[in-house]
Ligand binder design. Structure first.
Ligand code: SF4
Length: 287
């Protein structure tokens, strides 16, 4: 296969995802999230370019693939601004529908609303990442991404059209967006809208994203260094916050999600906190 590949081919020890494929119609991402990890392995990570002959080769891949869900996208956003004209992601959805592959969409873009018609007519779940509702904080964390209020409206629109939705409340960066009262406000909002699952995880540090995060949040740089570099733990070359701290943060989020009756899961944490049937929400494809 050329563009379609099994998700997590490196078998990260803390990944609990059911078997699925992953595909990225575009290389690179324009949201420029300071915590982004693609900068450690994609050249020119902030320059979005469509993949060569994507739809032709993707269709060829689909014809040979097992009937597993396809996650789009994990190393980019499937809805960059140019998608409005190029309609490559839209074309990919049309192919997935035609060949009967369920779609797990992961985005921060309101452009996904355009495809509510096709998404509601096939097996699909849309996960939208929202790390804060504070517009100023969001501008620092995700400088070029649509605002959190736009993303909330997108969730509402998708739900009104019958599309299953998830919020990815991640990454939570200790001392930056881990305020529990604010997290409760967010979750209350998600519950009011009708979001069906919350997936959360803590920030994982790599040298390049850590220097961006501490460059923007200089006031907590020392604290983050203590958390990640002095007291944290390494998992396959990635720096995690100490387990007790991650457990405390994510248990609080889980308890609030429980309070508002939203199933919850963690992503790549190795913590038994899930109440949702699958960590990535793929069970929602079949309800
Ligand atoms: S949306 Fe994802 S891939 Fe794009 S910059 Fe943000 S973290 Fe990176």
């Amino acid at each position: 296969m050329y563009y379609l590949h099994i998700f997590d081919p490196w078998k990260f020890p803390l990944c609990t995802c059911p078997k699925k494929y992953s595909v990225d119609p575009y290389t690179g991402c324009e949201h420029r999230c300071i915590y982004c990890y693609i900068t450690s392995y994609i050249p020119e990570p902030w320059r979005v370019r469509p993949k060569r002959d994507f739809l032709k080769l993707f269709e060829r891949d689909l014809k040979k693939a097992q009937k597993l869900p396809i996650s789009m996208s994990n190393s980019s956003d499937p809805y960059p601004r140019m998608e409005k004209e190029k309609r490559i992601t839209r074309g990919a959805l049309e192919l997935m529908k035609r060949y009967e592959f369920p779609a797990l969409i992961l985005t921060k873009s309101n452009l996904v609303e355009r495809d509510a018609d096709i998404l509601s007519s096939m097996k699909s779940v849309v996960a939208i990442t929202i790390t804060t509702l504070d517009e100023n904080l969001a501008k620092k964390l995700e400088p070029m991404a649509p605002s959190p209020s736009k993303r909330l409206k997108t969730l509402e629109k998708l739900i009104s059209k019958g599309v299953h939705t998830i919020v990815r409340l991640d990454p939570i960066i200790p001392t930056i967006n881990d305020n529990i009262a604010e997290i409760e406000n967010m979750i209350k909002e998600f519950a009011n809208i009708g979001v069906e699952q919350i997936i959360s995880s803590t920030y994982k540090a790599k040298p390049d994203n850590f220097s961006r995060v501490t460059g923007v949040f200089k006031n907590v740089a020392q604290k983050l260094r203590e958390i990640y570099y002095e007291n944290g733990e390494m998992v396959r070359g990635i720096r995690y916050a100490p387990k007790e701290l991650r457990f405390k943060i994510l248990k609080n989020v889980r308890d609030i999600a429980n309070k508002y009756n939203i199933p919850f899961s963690v992503c790549r944490e190795g913590l038994s906190l899930n109440t949702a049937k699958t960590c990535d929400g793929s069970h929602l494809l079949y309800v």
